[in-house]
Design a protein around this ligand. Structure first.
Ligand code: COA
Length: 374
């Protein structure tokens, strides 16, 4: 008996769906001034700045301001943007306080998404600031509630990343988190940004776009990989033999989390930006050395098994180590990714909405034939 989905897959294969480029690789679906992912060179450019000039040098607020420039009529200058975002964090905390108890019954990611779904759907700067502030406020509050602790209120005058660390009840890791948020703030037409742009093209509003982005980011092929990176490292540490663990996983047809990328045909430049930030933490040397040894063995195995496909380390590998060192539980890593990427989603949503053009591609109908045609 053919399992129901095997039946569908073989039907699609027999109709040549593979040739149709189901993943839309190399299809240009938008023009953007926001970022450029240069796969062959391993470079990421964000509004004219190479990532290396931003990560560890610019704050998240400055980067979000850069992305927002030109997309909001009432955007203040960069110096005033940070306190406005601080005020938005305080407002968000007050506005969502009464939902936190019920949201905390879901996973932190789903709870954050549920609370954000309550926000009004506007297109102005205050709407964008609320959505930019929301993950930074909601995630620490939900983490604390789930651990049986009271949420800590935000401080309007703190830096965005520093405030997140403070709301977690921790005192170190703010600079590394800031570098992380800047590093993941935008990345071309990735799956979640595309989802956000599709929704924006209907003129639905920024909350709807951000919710679409959150939905797409959640999957392990996109933003859901860093938690499983920790699982992989822990399983390898428990077994004590990277090579045999990795060989078995690949024999079983599994993908190694934190490796491979749709666009980069060389090492993901974000991996090194995060590795550098990670080195600023004290006490992570042993973990880092172990991860580097696993990375070497994984790359060797991937290169050997897939000599025709460039499979290198992606952003998620060192994201996992950095967020672990900053004190986030692995279950919320994808939510922290959203905390940074929301800046890109908002700018892309505005850029798409401003084109005024609905995104509505075509599909190829393959079966069944109508009764008349048969
Ligand atoms: N581990 C093992 N094999 C991998 C792999 C990985 N991490 N990534 C890709 N491959 C293999 C695929 O199995 C496929 O082999 P096949 O041709 O024999 O079927 C081949 O490489 C090409 O894969 P494909 O699915 O076409 O690549 P893609 O462009 O769609 O993949 C990812 C991009 C990110 C989805 C993919 O590399 C992946 O799943 N990585 C692991 C998850 C991850 O780290 N996600 C975070 C992305 S930033």
């Amino acid at each position: 008996m053919i399992h129901w989905n095997e039946g569908i897959i073989s039907l699609l294969d027999s109709q040549g769906a593979d040739e149709m480029n189901n993943g839309l690789e190399d299809v240009v679906a938008a023009e953007t001034i926001l970022s450029d992912v240069r796969g062959a060179e391993g470079q990421l450019i964000i509004r004219g700045h190479p990532l290396t000039a931003l990560a560890g040098r610019w704050t998240f607020e400055e980067t979000a301001h850069l992305l927002f420039t030109g997309f909001f009529a009432d955007l203040p200058d960069a110096a005033e943007f940070a306190p406005r975002l601080g005020a938005a964090r305080v407002d968000m905390f007050e506005a969502t306080r009464k939902f936190l108890g019920s949201a905390s019954k879901l996973s932190a990611y789903d709870g954050m998404r549920a609370a954000m779904a309550m926000l009004p759907d506007g297109t102005m700067l205050p709407d964008a600031l609320r959505l930019l502030a929301a993950p930074a406020v909601l995630l620490p509050a939900l983490i604390r509630l789930q651990a049986g602790d009271e949420p800590i209120a935000p401080s309007a005058s703190a830096g965005h990343a520093a405030d997140v660390i403070r709301m977690l009840g921790r005192s170190s890791g703010a600079d590394a988190l800031d570098t992380y948020l800047v590093t993941v703030s935008d990345h071309g037409l990735n799956a979640s940004t595309f989802a956000a742009r599709v929704v924006a093209s209907t003129q639905a509003g920024l909350t709807s776009s951000v919710l679409a982005g959150l939905g797409a980011l959640k999957g392990p092929l996109h933003g859901g990989a860093p938690g499983p990176v920790i699982d992989m490292l822990d399983a390898i540490a428990a077994e004590g033999d990277s090579a045999s663990w990795i060989a078995r996983a690949l024999d079983d047809g599994e993908r190694l989390m934190g490796f491979g990328h749709r666009i980069y045909r060389t090492r993901d430049p974000r991996a090194d930006a995060l590795k550098a930030a990670l080195q600023s933490f004290g006490g992570v040397d042993a973990r880092l050395r172990f991860a580097e040894s696993v990375e070497r063995v994984a790359l060797e195995a991937l290169h050997k098994r897939k000599p025709d496909r460039v499979l290198e380390t992606n952003v998620e590998f060192y994201t996992a180590l950095l967020l672990e060192a900053a004190g986030f539980p692995k279950e919320v890593f994808t939510g922290v990714f959203a905390m940074g990427r929301v800046a890109g989603w908002l700018a892309h949503a505005r850029e798409q909405a401003l084109t005024g053009r609905l995104i509505r591609p075509a599909s190829r109908y393959i079966e069944p034939l109508t009764k008349e045609a048969a």
